[in-house]
Design a protein around this ligand. Sequence first.
Ligand code: SAM
Length: 285
Amino acid sequence: MDLSDIRIIKNILARHGFNFSKSLGQNFLINPEICPRMAAECGAQKGVGVLEIGPGVGVLTAELAKRADKVVSVELDKRLLPVLDDTLAEYGNVKIINEDILKTDLKNLIETEFSGGEVAVCANLPYYITSPVIMRFLEERLPIRSVTVMVQKEAAERLCALPGTRSCGAVSAAVRYFAEPEILFEVTRDNFFPQPNVDSAVIQLKIRKEPPVKINREKDFFALVKAAFGQRRKTVLNSVAAGLSMDRTAVASALERAEIVPNARAEQLTMEQLAALSNEVFSDE
Ligand code: SAM
């Protein structure tokens, strides 16, 4: 069954009396080339388990199941469960969990379903929860090797932006701290049914074993990065002082010790400079 064929999708969904929910980000892929490519790029193969978010009618799930040892898919919309029973009937290595990915105990799920084996995350994400989902996978330090996901094109650019460049924001710096991000390929809006108002891109975040910079106090580093990028038109001096409720002189002196010019803006700072500033602002002496 070709689950990327729009006539087949319409037929199955009609049989199950299913109506699309815009609020759940339900735009299903209808180009037969995209899911095999995503499945191959995410590293789905023998010896690897895959965790998927939002299977929809199972178009990507099927490609993952053909390649990986096991696929566990978390789908919030329970109306899709009987659909998936139908469409994925031929795959004995797929398990669907009817939960909200933002509320799932991911650590426990990965331990119980994949029992210590290699795990890759792969999904065509519901876009309304792109950043929170990605940040959960990174911040919780889950035992996964990579996250390969389709996101809105602008989000892809932001998530993969290099610190020190214009498109960098707090989320780009956080992503780069935990992973090596890369845009793999773009997918235009006409590859989905129903067609969304935005274009998309598939990105891959390879989880780092060690962070790229040494941070004294990690939680404070993220607070500082958030403050620094919080008011984009202001200098780092002003945005950090305001965002962290700190004395301007103390921030100015930390900037000087970190060898950063006083009028620098957050988007001009490299990862190393952000780390140096954080270590000076939060020095334990
Ligand atoms: N994988 C399918 C495809 O590529 O055609 C569907 C992708 S569609 C963009 C997003 C899917 O995520 C939908 O099936 C939707 O019901 C599901 N979803 C939305 N919010 C979710 C959540 N919080 N937790 C788990 N799944 C969710």
